[in-house]
Design a protein around this ligand. Structure first.
Ligand SMILES: NC(=O)c1ccc[n+]([C@@H]2O[C@H](COP(=O)([O-])OP(=O)(O)OC[C@H]3O[C@@H](n4cnc5c(N)ncnc54)[C@H](O)[C@@H]3O)[C@@H](O)[C@H]2O)c1
Length: 252
């Protein structure tokens, strides 16, 4: 049996597509034949990835908007309707470092974390569902974190927003399954990126001890599962959280 993923005839939005996993997702979707709307709030990043895709012969358009702005998301998807949404924006970077316990966190920051990791995904769903419903086909792939599935120090608000995002993704799966729309989440372990400042070796050692596969993740690690979930091959997989995490939590 041969197995390949062909997304020609489909159009995909990747939020935060301008770097790291978002870039890897955008490139892979285009490579599989989808026309890709590469979103980022930073214009140069979105443009760079869209140009890279076009230079390689794929179809891509940069879409510069903030996913937490519903009107902007609706405008973008009104102009370029999509039947695949990869909700990649999120994270804790720039927002909660240095990591502190909840009682020492800045309440002003909670809202932005929840906006980025939860409300943004509601905005893309609200804007994309009319076209998906009309087509009778749609895919949501939402990136969450292992911080949503187990307690990680300093990650309370982030983990709560990601867990809520998983609950939201399941609700969409249930409500829109009858219309051919699936909705799943991929839960990442910790990824390392090229160009990222070197982590303290002791911290890295402590972290990799928790992984069955003894390395940190890369932006390419979740790409295969994302493509599968975005395709017809996964039409009977919905409402699931699937970890891509090197076996984090397999053993104590
Ligand atoms: N990096 C990790 O180790 C890790 C671990 C677990 C889960 N995750 C999850 O993976 C996803 C991707 O993480 P990452 O580390 O690659 O992210 P990143 O911060 O490296 O990249 C996110 C991209 O999104 C853009 N962006 C930020 N805010 C935006 C907004 N409001 N609207 C549009 N674009 C915006 C940024 O400019 C950036 O290009 C996130 O959902 C994150 O929570 C990451």
């Amino acid at each position: 049996m041969t197995f390949s993923i062909d997304l020609s005839g489909h159009s995909a939005l990747v939020t935060g597509g301008g770097q790291h996993t978002g870039r890897a997702f955008s490139m892979a979707l285009a490579d599989a034949g989808a026309s890709v709307l590469v979103n980022d709030v930073v214009e140069e990043k979105a443009e760079a990835v869209a140009s890279e895709i076009r230079a390689a012969g794929g179809q891509a358009t940069a879409a510069v908007f903030d996913i937490t702005d519903l009107a902007a998301v609706q405008d973008a998807l009104g102009a370029h309707p999509v039947d695949i949404v990869v909700n990649n924006v999120g994270g804790v970077r720039e927002i909660t470092f240095p990591i502190v316990h909840f009682g020492d966190s800045d309440p002003q920051r909670w809202h932005r974390l929840v906006e980025l990791n939860l409300f943004g995904n509601m905005n893309t769903a609200y804007a994309a569902l009319p076209y998906m419903t009309e087509r009778g086909w749609g895919r949501f792939v939402t990136i969450i974190s292992d911080a949503a599935r187990r307690a990680e120090r300093g990650m309370g608000v982030y983990g709560a927003a990601k867990a809520a995002s998983a609950a939201f993704m399941r609700a969409i799966a249930t409500e829109y399954g009858p219309q051919g729309i699936t909705s799943n989440a991929i839960s990442f372990g910790s990824l390392r990126y090229e160009g990222q400042p070197e982590a303290d070796p002791e911290t890295l050692k402590r972290m990799t001890r928790l992984y069955s596969v003894k390395r940190m993740g890369t932006p390419e690690d979740p790409v295969g599962l994302m493509l599968l979930l975005a395709s017809d091959a996964a039409s009977w997989i919905t409402g699931q959280v699937i970890p891509v995490n090197g076996g984090y939590t397999n053993a104590l």
